[in-house]
Write a protein that binds this ligand. Structure first.
Ligand code: ADP
Ligand code: MG
Length: 732
């Protein structure tokens, strides 16, 4: 039992995961739904009519909850929680670290000297003060107030995790700056609600009083046996393998996709689904993904705020449940080189409180024009703010995936299908100004009127576009699997809100000049189509040709995180955020700074871990094996005559030389890498530092990795210290 790798493999083979962790579903999964959620139904039975109405108005209309009502709600929440064995409560929030945060406080409150009660008040429900000094803040808290507080978000329901009542909250500094993902998201959602409702009401349907953006995410992930995971320091520390030779049987056979799910994984999924049901996360699909040991899970779509919370909660749950089944879950976008990476598609649409999907055409020309309005405005928003959308999905880990041959490129384009594209081309020909009665009829019948049929037969799917229209929603496909959906959703909803505001102004201005409502809308949409056309692309987004074509069209290809982040502070984007009240200038700067720092830290950690593994694990192992070969050669020399020896020892001698070559490449490479890392770290300016890590440090990884991967093929399998790709990927 020489090394960690073999210990891990041995542990694994002694376990019977099928028997030990078998999970059985109850007769009806639906009966578990929302068991651990302070849901509308629970509220109805625990709250007075007054309190119930007040919280429902807060959820649905954004009205304020009075303090005395908050007291009533708190008592109801506590009673419900105590009935389920809960002892503690926490404000549950999403700081910019990327994970969720909790600080548990007990309901238990002593009074007099020997008595105690369970207490929870409106004040405790509304606000909590976590010790916030160690969360990322981009310098905000250093210069201003040292503390932040969390505030209850009544629009996302409270839930129970273990014996703790969790209260979804936002996280802000005492000076009012947002320090989390959710607070800006809520602002963007309210901005798009206002702008979209205004348009619906004025032009299409006066009964609409609220528009809610919807999100259906699809979460991809890898499962790795936990013993094997523990044997790989690179996986443990960076979430990805920094070296490792591709397995002989990679994805070539494509036999994993939609294949049968292994028993052990099935048990994990079942237990996870039970927990999801209880927590009100409506998961509906599960399947294998393209790569070995890669899977996907997706729920029914929900309103964005709740969907974002559910995704964060799910990622946390997944890690815990995986642990019970002796798995470690990998959310990294590219844990294994040469193997498919993981994404998190964000399906997005807009729904009215009259029950319509604004990105779905309707039964009459008016509804279809409404569809076209929201459809074209969305594309125009993505066209105008492509860089911002790109920046919102940028991270050190997603850089490894974007632009790889199985993921969308870093170029933002939109796929809408050839037939819908045809409709837009027709609309581009609409007359400037007033339309003749014949033209109106023609548009009604043969252009706009055709849309429902076209979409009914929407077999035209393109999986290579970062932004694709899929019949009744847009799918943002470039989001990374480890990301918090809130960031891309904040941008998406903000840019559409801004675009819809501008649209309304332009249409109203044309109506002022005497055009009819429909004429004005057609006139504005025509111009939007003209300017946005260059981001529409129907071909293979993964191809080399597209990169060239995009360049010709003047589209940006911001390949790396530092490049993408360098655009975020452009005046146009700052103006957008300030106009909509989503971020102040300071907040944008702080967030940009946090992301740059995070990037540099990630690459720096990867560099250090790679250097460590190369120097302390791989090189000694290679020398060890080389010594064996040397012994062998010496032995041959003793036994055989000179002539014969030369023939017999030829291969061994060339292997000895080859090993020396690789060792020397690794040694020199590590020295260069450590020097470059040190130099990058010393840079003051965070943008320049990130650039140095991107351009000076990261490119040095490959040479070291390649030498190590070559050695992996040379050295005796029994000596090799690092668990191999085939073991990580094919153990189930
Ligand atoms: P696929 O893209 O795999 O063919 P679907 O078209 O059924 O599957 O939908 C994929 C995802 O889109 C699902 O996770 C679903 O929740 C989500 N989705 C469907 N309709 C909407 C909508 N109106 N708004 C947001 N997401 C939606
Ligand atoms: Mg999808």
């Amino acid at each position: 039992m020489s090394n960690l790798r073999f210990k891990a493999l041995e542990t694994l083979s002694f376990k019977d995961f099928r028997r030990d962790n078998a999970v059985k579903f109850p007769a009806k999964l639906s009966e578990l739904f929302c068991q651990n959620v302070f849901s509308e139904e629970t509220m109805r039975s625990y709250l007075t009519k007054e309190a119930f109405t007040s919280i429902q108005n807060a959820i649905k209309k954004g009205t304020k909850i009075q303090r005395d009502v908050a007291d009533q709600i708190a008592v109801a929440m506590k009673d419900w929680a105590l009935s389920k064995g809960v002892t503690h409560y926490t404000h549950w929030f999403q700081p910019l670290t990327g994970t969720t945060a909790e600080k548990h406080d007990s309901f238990f409150t002593p009074f007099e000297s020997d008595r105690a009660i369970e207490r929870f008040s409106g004040g405790m429900l509304i606000q909590q003060e976590p010790d916030a000094s160690s969360f990322p803040n981009g310098g905000i808290r250093n210069t201003f107030e040292a503390r932040g507080y969390t505030a209850w978000d009544p629009t996302s329901p409270a839930f129970i995790l273990g014996t703790t009542l969790c209260i979804p909250s936002i996280f802000i500094s005492y000076t009012g700056e947002t320090l989390d993902y959710k607070a800006p998201l809520l602002r963007a959602l309210s901005a798009v609600d206002e702008a979209a409702t205004d348009i619906c009401k004025s032009y299409f349907d006066k009964n609409v009083t609220k528009v809610t953006p919807t999100l259906g995410w699809e979460q991809e992930y890898f499962l790795v046996d936990s013993a094997l995971y523990q044997s790989r320091p690179d996986l443990v520390i960076t979430g990805k393998t920094l070296l490792g030779h591709s397995p002989a049987k990679g994805q070539q056979l494509d036999d994993h996709y939609f294949g049968s799910i292994p028993t052990r994984v099935m048990n994990f999924m079942k237990e996870l689904e039970i927990k999801c049901m209880q927590l009100g996360i409506p998961v509906t699909t599960r399947h294998n993904e393209v790569a070995p040991n890669q899977y996907e899970l997706a729920p029914m779509f929900e309103e964005v705020n709740v969907a974002v919370d559910h995704n964060s909660l799910l990622m946390d749950l997944m890690a815990r449940v995986a642990h019970k089944h002796h798995f470690h879950i990998l959310f990294h976008e590219k844990p294994f080189a040469g193997v498919n990476g993981s994404g998190k598609h964000n399906n997005w649409s807009l729904a009215t409180d009259t029950g319509e999907n604004l990105l779905s055409p309707g039964k009459n020309p008016k509804k279809n024009l409404q569809f076209l309005t929201f459809f074209v405005n969305t594309i125009k928003a993505v066209h105008d703010y492509a860089d911002l959308l790109r920046a919102s999905i940028a991270s050190a880990s997603n850089d490894y995936r974007l632009g790889a041959n199985e993921a969308p490129p870093a170029i933002i384009s939109a796929f809408i299908g050839t037939q819908l594209f045809g409709v837009l081309e027709e609309l581009e020909k609409v007359t400037d100004g007033k339309l003749s009665p014949e033209e109106k009829t023609e548009l009604k019948l043969n252009v706009v009127g055709k849309i429902p049929e076209i979409l009914l037969d929407n077999t035209d799917r393109n999986r290579t576009s970062p932004f694709a229209f899929t019949g009744n929603k847009f799918e943002i496909r470039a989001v990374g699997s480890s990301a918090n959906c809130a960031e891309v959703m904040t941008v998406m909803n903000a840019i559409v809100a801004k675009q819809l505001r501008d649209f309304k102004k332009e249409v109203d201005a044309l109506i002022e000049t005497g055009l009819k409502k429909d004429e004005a809308i057609f006139n504005v949409l025509r111009e939007y189509i003209k300017v946005s056309k260059n981001i529409m692309f129907e071909g293979d987004g993964y191809s080399e040709e597209w990169a060239k074509e995009a360049k010709r069209r003047g589209l940006k290809n911001l390949k790396t995180t530092p490049e993408a982040l360098s655009r975020e502070l452009d005046q146009k984007f700052v103006d957008l955020y300030e106009e909509l009240g989503i971020y102040s200038h300071r907040e944008i700067e702080a967030r940009n700074e946090i992301k740059l720092e995070k990037y540099s830290t990630m690459v720096s950690i990867e560099a250090t871990v790679l250097a460590d593994i190369a120097r302390n694990h791989i090189v000694p192992c290679a020398i060890n094996y080389q010594n064996r070969l040397i012994e062998n050669v010496k032995g041959l020399k003793e036994i055989f005559g000179d002539q014969e020896f030369r023939t017999l020892a030829k291969e061994q001698m060339s292997m000895i030389a080859e090993i020396s070559e690789h060792i020397s490449i690794m040694k020199v490479g590590v020295e260069k890498l450590l020097a470059a890392t040190k130099k990058a770290k010393a840079i003051e300016d965070s943008h320049k530092m990130a650039e140095a890590f991107c351009n000076e440090v990261k490119p040095l990884f490959n040479e070291i990795r390649n030498a190590s991967d070559e050695l992996e093929m040379l050295v005796d399998d029994e000596l090799w210290p690092m668990t191999k790709y085939r073991e990580l990927l094919f153990t189930r």
